[in-house]
Design a binder for this molecule. Structure first.
Ligand code: FNR
Length: 368
């Protein structure tokens, strides 16, 4: 179908399933075990309802924001997803260019197919970028990656903390991962015949723990964010450890099956901070993000209402560029922009600051 027939982010997934080569589709779409968490990620948003305000002058609405102090035209960022060239020869560069064009921030993955320098060089002047870190068993390698990122102007370091071992993604494991050199940067190729994920991940250090946070603070001045926090206790621990934020996430359902959705964790985290630290969100100096299953601007607005600063979106952009190249992502951005504008008008909010818990009914999300 022509791009003009694409009406929402779900459509990209349906097209991608038809047009992508099987190995790439298996890697991008797969999730852990029975994929229950993956399904729940989007379904959890169905349990939250809006309480729109009427008779507000909504002629002008503004949905721009800042994430870790960096301007973003919309309240989401493109989250890190590995192996960008499986879906399209330009790989993650598609995301870099589309991010620059639409004024949103891309998080560059450790396991990008394009090299880190290519993705930084591919950005427009002044375009902010974040970096996602998988921590290597060899801390010298990690230290070099982190300091290289800082030198090259990366604005935030997202340390993935939900992957001491990669989850079991059976759809992906059924595919033989042929090392054709195009998919992954040199030095990261290890095992074959176990799917793409396992082939590239054996360097990740399962001994990573809370004590390492101090070490990260000693080697970089970039704001640190823990990606993959799943309970209030750990979010508070992260706050006390002095990091700049946490991503409430289950890794797109790709790690532990039956982990809860990010939006559900958000409710628990916000309540715990209110009760135990007397803190309300958004809170300067410590930001909450959510990812997993975000497919509509309404999903994003729900997360904002409940206290998130922004959300991460992953698969929809992969499906968009795998099917249509960069134009696909550009189209996804236009769709989201239109959805934000309309839904803020319908909600009766002219800026994101006006979107708080009073605009949603999250009563059927279990609160601890
Ligand atoms: C991911 N994700 C991920 N996260 C991370 O920290 N490092 C990584 O290398 C990857 N790689 C990766 C590959 C693919 C194909 C997917 C789909 C996801 C997880 C990602 O950052 C994010 O948590 C989820 O993708 C969010 O869910 P949605 O938006 O894809 O539903």
């Amino acid at each position: 179908p022509h791009l003009s027939e694409i009406l929402n982010l779900h459509d990209f997934e349906a097209i991608a399933k038809l047009v992508m080569v099987e190995k790439a589709w298996a890697y991008y779409s797969s999730a852990a075990d029975d994929e229950i968490t993956n399904r729940e990620n989007h379904m959890a948003y169905h349990r939250i309802w809006f309480r729109p305000k009427i008779l507000v002058d909504v002629e002008k609405v503004d949905f721009s924001t800042t994430i870790l102090g960096q301007k973003s035209s919309m309240p989401f960022y493109i989250t890190a997803t590995a192996l960008g060239k499986l879906g399209h020869p330009d790989g993650e560069l598609n995301l870099t260019r589309a991010a620059g064009k639409s004024g949103v921030i891309q998080m560059i993955p450790t396991l990008s197919s394009c090299s880190f320098d290519e993705l930084v060089d591919g950005a427009a002047p002044g375009q902010p970028q974040f970096y996602q870190l998988y921590v290597n068993k060899d801390r010298n390698i990690t230290k070099k990656l982190v300091q290289r990122a800082e030198q090259r102007g990366i604005k935030g370091l997202f340390i993935t903390v939900d992957a001491p071992q990669l989850g079991r993604r059976e759809k992906d494991m059924r595919q033989k991962f042929e090392d054709d050199g195009a998919d992954v940067q040199k030095g990261n190729r290890v095992e074959r015949n176990q799917g793409a994920a396992r082939a590239i991940s054996s360097f990740i250090d399962p001994s990573l723990n809370w004590k390492d946070i101090e070490w990260f603070k000693s080697i970089t001045k970039m704001p640190l964010v823990l990606k993959g926090v799943q309970r209030a206790e750990d979010a508070i621990k992260a706050y006390d450890a002095g990091v700049a934020g946490v991503v409430l996430s289950n890794h797109g359902g790709r790690q532990m099956d039956f982990a809860r959705s990010g939006i559900e964790i958000l409710c628990e985290v916000v309540k715990a901070f209110r009760e135990q630290r007397n803190i309300c969100f958004p809170h300067p100096g410590f930001e909450l993000y959510v990812d997993g299953g975000v497919r509509r601007a309404t999903d994003v607005l729900k997360a904002i209402a409940l206290g998130a600063t922004a959300v991460g979106i992953g698969r929809p952009f992969l499906y968009a560029y795998s099917s249509y190249g960069q134009e696909g992502i550009d189209k996804a951005m236009v769709i989201l922009r239109d959805e934000f504008e309309m839904n803020m008008r319908l909600l009766g909010a002219t800026s994101l600051k006006e979107i708080g818990p009073e605009l949603v009914d999250a009563g059927s999300i279990h609160q601890h």
